[in-house]
Design a protein around this ligand. Structure first.
Ligand code: HEC
Length: 145
């Protein structure tokens, strides 16, 4: 990386090239993150929230209250996606009875960082944050007016 930087500093046109490359791959990266989130959603959430996230998964019949329609999160929050609120619901800090307890969420340990000082610094914790971020990116991408 340092090597690249020196090159860039010495040669202005290369800097433009590097910036140009960054821009063209940005969209692809966004799509990767969203695709990752979609996969996680199908695996951990669709049984209740439905494969289109509209709240009508196979388990929804037997649940009370019914699973939320997750394509309406923004619409229910005056048009802006409630990122952190949804984050806390997924990682269990805001309790949703149907999601199970924080210690035993229905979707397992994949979105949970144990509450102790050691755990928040671990590689696992970073992976958990990455998964939640991907899920939220996916949910944000499917919001409907
Ligand atoms: C066992 C069924 C079940 C599973 C699995 C499940 N949910 Fe839920 N979820 C519910 C129910 C039921 C509600 C509605 C609770 C209520 O209205 O009080 C809900 C509510 C929510 C809400 C709050 C919506 C709002 O309008 O405030 C979010 C966000 C959410 N779920 C995200 C997820 C995500 C992301 C996953 C997968 C990681 C997931 N849920 C997995 C049953 C489930």
């Amino acid at each position: 990386m340092n090597h690249l930087l020196t090159l860039v500093l010495r040669n202005g046109s290369l800097a433009l090239l590097v910036i140009g490359m960054g821009m063209s791959s940005g969209w692809a990266q966004e799509q990767d993150v969203i695709a990752g989130g979609k996969q996680l959603f199908q695996k951990f959430c669709a049984s209740c929230h439905g494969s289109q996230a509209r709240g009508n998964g196979p388990l929804s019949e037997s649940l009370k209250p019914k699973p939320a329609n997750l394509t309406r999160l923004s619409a229910n929050h005056r048009g802006s996606f409630p990122f952190w609120q949804a984050y806390r619901m997924i990682d269990g800090r805001d309790h949703i009875p149907s999601h199970g307890t924080r210690d035993m969420p229905v979707f397992g340990i994949w979105f949970r960082i144990p509450d102790d000082e050691v755990s928040i610094e671990t590689e696992w914790a970073d992976q958990v944050r990455g998964r939640i971020w991907q899920l939220l990116s996916y949910l944000e991408s499917i919001q409907e007016p």
